[in-house]
Design a protein around this ligand. Structure first.
Ligand code: S3P
Length: 169
């Protein structure tokens, strides 16, 4: 059982493993695990694709910021965020004030292998989702690089190994 002083906030692209690694890390540290996407879904009572479709991305981003603020004010925990959560400067400022950010860095091929068969990401519902993922990855990389810590993911690392790496970092 660890006494965390600050919330560990996992950031990075879709498919980086934030939820899987975060769940395991929280077990290792003996602290609660929370996921900002799950909290948005609970509050809206709709899935993420439904929120994007019915209310639009701006609405989703607004809810995402509200949820982040609320979760960061709570007991320190491991918090997994959606891939876009670290992009807004105001969100980064909240995270810097109340948490420690960890970028789970993964290369484009690994991300694509992990997301290609899933239908849950509205941003990838395009004519060429791999190209969309590439463009997002390229544009977001310098922003994720502002995180306090970076931990590299690779296909040969198990979820448990990744959680250990984050803990060590
Ligand atoms: C998004 C990533 C998703 C989810 C939403 C938008 C993004 O979360 O928040 O579809 O902008 O990258 P994951 O990173 O958990 O897939």
């Amino acid at each position: 059982m660890t006494r965390l002083k600050k919330t560990v906030v996992l950031v990075g692209m879709m498919g980086a493993g934030k939820t899987a690694v975060g769940t395991q890390l929280a077990k290792l540290l003996g602290v609660p695990f929370l996921d900002s996407d799950d909290e948005i879904v609970k509050a809206a009572n709709r899935s993420i694709p439904e929120i994007f479709e019915r209310d639009g991305e701006a609405f989703f981003r607004d809810k995402e910021s509200q949820v982040l603020g609320r979760l960061l004010r709570g007991t320190p925990c491991v918090l997994s965020t959606g891939g876009g959560a670290f992009l807004a400067e105001a969100n980064r400022a909240m995270i810097a004030g109340q948490g420690v950010s960890v970028w789970l860095r993964a290369d484009l091929d690994l991300l694509w292998q992990r997301v290609r068969h899933k239908q849950t990401r509205p941003l990838l519902r395009t004519a060429n989702p791999r190209e969309t993922l590439r463009v997002l990855h390229e544009a977001r990389t310098p922003i994720y690089a502002e995180a306090d810590l970076t931990v590299d993911s690779a296909p040969e690392f198990s979820i448990d190994a990744m959680a250990q790496r984050v803990r060590e970092a």
